[in-house]
Design a binder for this molecule. Sequence first.
Ligand SMILES: C[S@@+](CC[C@H](N)C(=O)[O-])C[C@H]1O[C@@H](n2cnc3c(N)ncnc32)[C@H](O)[C@@H]1O
Length: 293
Amino acid sequence: MIELAAKTGTLTVGELLAEAISVFQNTGCVRPRFEAEYLLQAALGLNKVTLFLSSKKIVAPEDIVCYQGMLDRRLACEPLQYIAGEVEFWSRNFLVTPDVLIPRQETEFVLEQVLFLAGQQPDVCRRVLDMGTGSGIIAAVLADELSCQVIAVDSSPSALKVASTNINAHHLQTRVSFVCSDLFTAVSRSQQFDIIVSNPPYVAEAEKDNLHPEVTVYEPFSALFAGPDGLDCYRHLIPGSYEYLRPGGWLCLEIGAHQGPAIIKMLEGNGYLDVAILSDYAGQPRFAQGKKE
Ligand SMILES: C[S@@+](CC[C@H](N)C(=O)[O-])C[C@H]1O[C@@H](n2cnc3c(N)ncnc32)[C@H](O)[C@@H]1O
């Protein structure tokens, strides 16, 4: 617990920031200034520029209390994004809570590939399914960029609430609908999709002890882990998707960096054509695609 509140009424924004940076430095934080600024922006509702321009302003007592609460949560290893309650993804802001995975940059690469495939047949892509929508980032970006209808599926009702809030905030409620379902079990059989995209849980349970507590303590287990080798979800998702794709439709998957060979085998073994694994800008093979005949 840090004691900023005792200085209520006397601290300027700049002084408050300096105190927080020093607290983070003393605890061995690797990015003390970045983290202190990130949280102060969230506490005061400012951006980087307005925070800088406000450095000589006295901070309101309630804002100091709010900031102190945020710093205490961070010192307990809670991810910055949950504390701030939002994250920037695809240059848009999305609500995040501990009910959903914090969106990762790798997923932007997945979306770029999906948009590329959709762009090959611009008049054809009308219906997309986002399996394991979480915060709804994939559904929101695709509904907006492709002006298509998206069914966003998740087995977690609380994740779907977050996704729905995000879809409403981006004014996409006429394009995105939600289904609470364990994979395809509650998705109507009569539906055929042009693209099914998924960033499913894919971490091997055996990896749990190697992950940072920021991830294992705070992010939802069901969003991360998929059995002993991390492939359990793909084992059902890959054959299941084939039934729901129209002929010529694409299955697009985010995958773990070491899962490419196993995923190729599953896609080919289930009849998909044009199977490929693509590497992201960090050179990691993180995207898999396969087409229904
Ligand atoms: C890795 S997170 C991805 C969230 C979001 N799409 C993203 O890219 O940030 C996986 C999501 O799949 C959901 N999920 C896990 N198992 C599922 C299942 N059997 N059926 C449907 N959704 C599932 C989790 O609740 C979680 O929201």
